[in-house]
Design a protein around this ligand. Structure first.
Ligand code: GDP
Length: 518
C-alpha cells in the first residue's frame, strides 16, 4: 500500500496523509473540498487565486503541531477506483460525506464499499447540519449498518458534523483525519531517493504541452529529472503547485503539476525518475509495446471456471460484485451466496452490490480487487464490456438465482477439496521373503498385472481380505538395480512400509489422481 516504503528506518520521514472525498451526489463533496481549500489560503494572498491541479495541500494543527494534509481534488469513488484498477493507490484515508437532511443513499454505500475494498480507513463527515431537518443521529444509526460504528458508541470510526456551506467544524474534520491516520497508518516515506509517484490527472495544454499532476509517493522530484509515467516520458522542465507558484523540488505526498512530458500520461500511471533521458524513452517504448500486446491478448481471453478456481487458490478469497434488476433480487442473491457453507480457509466477500446495469466503475472495482461480477437480469452498459475484456474481468450473467448459487458453490467447493480418484496400477504376488539386517523384510515378488512403482501406494491383500490399507512401496529393485517401475511378467524385490508380510500376499497398488471437475 501507500504506507510501505523503501529504505531503512532512519531514511523514513513523516509524510502528510492523502485524502479522497467520496459520497452520494449533491451531498456536498465539491463544496467541502472548496471550503477546505479556501479556509487555508492565507489572508494575505490576494483573495487566494488557487488553481485546480487535481490535488492540493492544506496546513492544519493537531495538538499544537503544524501538520499538512493532501486532498485529491477529484471527488467520488469512480476516479478513486479507476486509479486503483490501473495499479495506483493514491489515497490513505477516505472522507465519506453524507448529507444530514438526506441520509445514506446508494452512492454512499458504493463509496463505503469502494473504500473498504481498498482497505482505506474512513472518516465520516455528516454534512449540511445547518439545514432544517438535519438529523446527525439518524445518519450515525444508518452508517452503523455498514460497519461504520461511531467512536462515541464504542466503535472505531470518527464522525464529524459539519456544514461545508458555513465552514462549520472543518478544523474538527481535519483533526479527525489526522487522528485516524495516526491511529491506523504508518505515514512515512523515504525522501532521500529518486522520486516515485502517480499521475492523478493529465491533459494537453495549448501553451505548455502535456501537463500532468503528479502525487509524489516517495523520494524527491526535482526540476531537471528524467521521468517516465506509463508510456509517456520526458524531463521535468517546470513544477507548479496549487497556488501557481514554481516549485524546485517536491517531497512525498506533495502534488505538483509537471511540465516536460513529450506525451500525455494516463491518470493512474506510476511515475519513475530514471538516470537518463535515453532510459526514460526506452522504458516508455517498451511499455507501449507491452500494452499493445497485453491488449491483444486480453481481447482474446475468455475466463472459465478454472480461472475462477485459480484466482481462489491464490487468494483463498472470492470477491464478488452483485448487480441486479431490483434490490430484492440483489439482496436475495447476496444472502443466498453468503449462506453457502464453506471451510474457514476460504472466504466469500461481496464487496459491492447495486441495482442496474454493470458499469465501468463496477468493472474497475473488480479489476482493482480481483473480483467477479454477477449480473442478475441485467447487462453491461456502454463500454463496460470492452473494459472488462481489456482488464480481464469476469462478468457472469444469470436469470435464475439457483444457477448463480450452484456455480459459485461448485467453484468454492472444488477449490477447497480437490476430489481424488483411485486408479489401479497393478498387482504383485509375494513369492519369497528375505530378511535383511539393513532394510528389514524384502519381498520377492512377481508382478502379475499392470506395474508397480517405487513410492507407490498399495493395499496388502491376504486370502482375499485387506490386511493393511495404507502401504507404501519404499524401495524397488529389479535384479541388482534400483528401478522406478517394474511391469507385469517380471520379478522384483521391494521393501514395504508394512513389515508383517507372508508369502502369497498380494500387493495391490494404485495411484490417486485429481478428478477433473465437470
Ligand atoms: P457533490 O455533488 O457531492 O459534489 O455536491 P456539491 O458540493 O455540489 O453540493 C450540492 C449542493 O448542496 C450545492 O448546492 C451546495 O451548495 C449544497 N451544499 C453543500 N454543502 C452544504 C451545507 O453544508 N449546507 C447547505 N445548506 N448546503 C450545502
Amino acid at each position: 500500500t501507500f504506507g510501505e516504503d523503501a529504505g531503512t528506518d532512519e531514511d523514513l520521514e513523516q509524510r502528510p496523509p492523502v485524502v479522497t472525498v467520496m459520497g452520494h451526489v449533491d451531498h456536498g463533496k465539491t463544496r467541502l473540498l472548496d471550503t477546505i481549500r479556501k479556509a487555508n489560503v492565507g489572508e494575505g494572498e490576494a483573495g487566494g487565486i488557487t488553481q485546480h491541479i487535481g490535488a492540493y495541500q492544506v496546513e492544519t494543527h493537531l495538538e499544537g503541531n503544524d501538520r499538512v494534509i493532501t486532498f485529491i481534488d477529484t471527488p467520488g469513488h469512480e476516479a478513486f477506483t479507476a486509479m486503483r484498477a490501473r495499479g495506483a493507490q493514491a489515497t490513505d484515508i477516505a472522507i465519506i460525506v453524507v448529507a444530514a437532511d438526506d441520509g445514506v443513499m446508494p452512492q454512499t454505500v458504493e463509496a463505503i464499499n469502494h473504500a473498504q475494498a481498498a482497505e482505506v480507513p474512513i472518516v465520516v463527515a455528516v454534512n449540511k447540519i445547518d439545514k432544517e431537518g438535519a438529523d446527525p443521529a439518524k445518519i450515525r444509526g444508518q452508517m452503523t449498518e455498514y460497519g461504520l460504528i461511531p467512536e462515541e458508541y464504542g466503535g472505531d470510526s470518527m464522525f464529524v458534523d459539519i456544514s461545508a456551506k458555513q465552514g462549520l467544524n472543518i478544523d474538527e474534520l481535519l483533526e479527525a483525519v489526522l487522528l485516524t491516520a495516526d491511529a491506523s497508518l504508518d505515514l512515512r516515506a523515504n525522501p532521500h531517493m529518486d522520486a516515485q509517484g502517480v499521475a492523478i490527472e493529465a491533459h494537453l495544454d495549448r501553451g505548455r504541452g502535456p501537463v500532468a499532476t503528479v502525487l509524489i509517493k516517495r523520494g524527491t522530484l526535482r526540476v531537471g529529472d528524467s521521468i517516465v509515467a506509463g508510456d509517456a516520458y520526458g524531463r521535468v522542465r517546470r513544477m507548479v503547485d496549487e497556488n501557481g507558484d514554481d516549485v524546485a523540488e517536491a517531497l512525498p505526498s506533495r502534488p505538483v503539476q509537471v511540465v516536460g512530458f513529450t506525451s500525455v500520461p494516463g491518470a493512474g500511471d506510476n511515475l519513475l525518475v530514471v538516470d537518463e533521458d535515453r532510459v526514460a524513452r526506452q522504458i516508455a517504448d517498451k511499455r507501449n509495446a507491452r500494452k499493445r500486446n497485453a491488449l491483444a491478448a486480453r481481447g482474446r481471453k475468455r475466463i472459465s471456471l478454472e480461472d475462477l478456481d485459480s484466482a481462489l487458490k491464490e487468494h483463498s478469497q472470492l470477491n464478488l460484485i452483485i448487480k441486479g434488476d431490483n434490490s430484492g433480487t440483489v439482496e436475495a442473491l447476496e444472502e443466498a451466496l453468503l449462506g453457502i457453507e464453506i471451510d474457514d480457509e476460504v472466504q466469500l466477500r461481496v464487496i459491492d452490490r447495486g441495482v442496474g446495469a454493470v458499469t465501468e466503475t463496477n468493472v474497475n472495482l473488480a479489476a482493482a480487487s480481483d473480483a467477479v461480477i454477477l449480473g442478475f437480469n441485467v447487462r453491461a452498459e456502454g463500454k463496460a464490456t470492452e473494459l472488462a475484456n481489456r482488464e480481464g474481468v469476469d462478468i457472469r450473467y444469470y436469470s435464475v438465482i439457483y444457477q448463480a448459487i450452484d456455480e459459485i458453490e461448485s467453484a468454492l467447493k472444488g477449490m477447497l477439496k480437490p476430489v481424488y480418484e483411485e486408479v489401479e496400477l497393478g498387482k504383485a504376488e509375494i513369492r519369497a521373503i528375505f530378511k535383511s539386517s539393513k532394510v528389514g523384510n524384502i519381498a520377492g515378488c512377481m508382478v502379475t498385472e499392470g506395474s508397480v512403482r517405487r513410492n507407490g501406494k498399495a493395499r496388502l491383500v491376504r486370502d482375499g481380505a485387506v490386511v493393511s490399507e495404507n502401504v507404501t512401496i519404499q524401495s524397488l529393485r529389479r535384479e541388482k538395480d534400483d528401478a522406478t517401475e517394474v511391469r507385469d511378467g517380471f520379478e522384483c524385490g521391494m521393501t514395504l512400509s508394512y513389515s508383517d508380510i507372508k508369502v502369497g500376499d498380494i500387493i495391490d497398488t494404485y495411484e490417486l489422481r485429481e478428478k477433473p471437475r465437470d
